[in-house]
Design a binder for this molecule. Structure first.
Ligand SMILES: Cc1cc2nc3c(=O)[nH]c(=O)nc-3n(C[C@H](O)[C@H](O)[C@H](O)COP(=O)(O)O)c2cc1C
Length: 175
């Protein structure tokens, strides 16, 4: 029997109904086999994270994707809060931790054009998430991001839809 490995997407987006990029990326991803999307804002509108349920979901997957729109060079607040509560001692790190060796993939959308996001800037943005994976003995597969995800004009919106679809194809090829 072939056991397909599962990939869980931890999606943070406070207004998914207005989203262009993260909606396309998470919807396309959810159509793939052996995937699960956990939209934190829908699951926990009051930020009251069910730590045990989240830990269980991570243990059931081989690969974990952090999916989010870039907010002030950072992850949205709910994702930071989720990490702070779910990645606890004894689970994610420390003696008898159980989360070892999972794959971590960071996937995000950026409103501004690529020219403002050099390799150095991207590295700085990803540094905390990369540090987290190293500290917890997880495998950092890498980061994937796309720029120009905004709906400022009709043309910009159509462009963003194309870019997000390409991003989601790349993401699916990686899992
Ligand atoms: C609070 C907030 C902070 C943001 N900070 C940045 C930023 O630092 N750099 C940037 O290029 N875009 C920034 N943006 C734009 C978002 O990254 C962009 O709207 C998002 O990636 C688009 O994804 P979506 O279509 O799924 O909403 C910010 C947006 C909000 C609401």
């Amino acid at each position: 029997m072939v056991v397909m490995s599962k990939t869980v997407m931890i999606l943070a987006h406070p207004s998914i109904e207005k989203s262009i990029g993260n909606k396309i990326i998470s919807d396309n991803f959810s159509k793939e086999k052996n995937t699960e999307v956990r939209h934190l804002d829908q699951l926990y509108p009051d930020f009251n994270i069910d730590v045990k349920a989240e830990q269980e979901a991570l243990l059931n997957a081989e690969t974990i994707i952090f999916q989010f729109p870039l907010f002030w060079y950072n992850v949205p607040a709910i994702l930071k809060h989720w990490i702070d509560t779910v990645f606890e001692y004894g689970f994610a790190f420390g003696l008898e931790s159980t989360l070892n060796n999972k794959n971590i993939l960071v996937s995000f959308t950026i409103g501004s054009p690529n020219k403002h996001y050099s390799d150095e800037v991207i590295e700085k943005i990803c540094f905390p998430l990369k540090g987290l994976t190293q500290y917890c003995n997880l495998n950092y597969i890498g980061e994937i991001f796309c720029n120009d995800i905004n709906g400022y004009t009709e043309e910009a919106k159509n462009n963003a839809i194309n870019i997000a679809n390409k991003h989601s194809q790349k993401l699916i090829e990686l899992i």
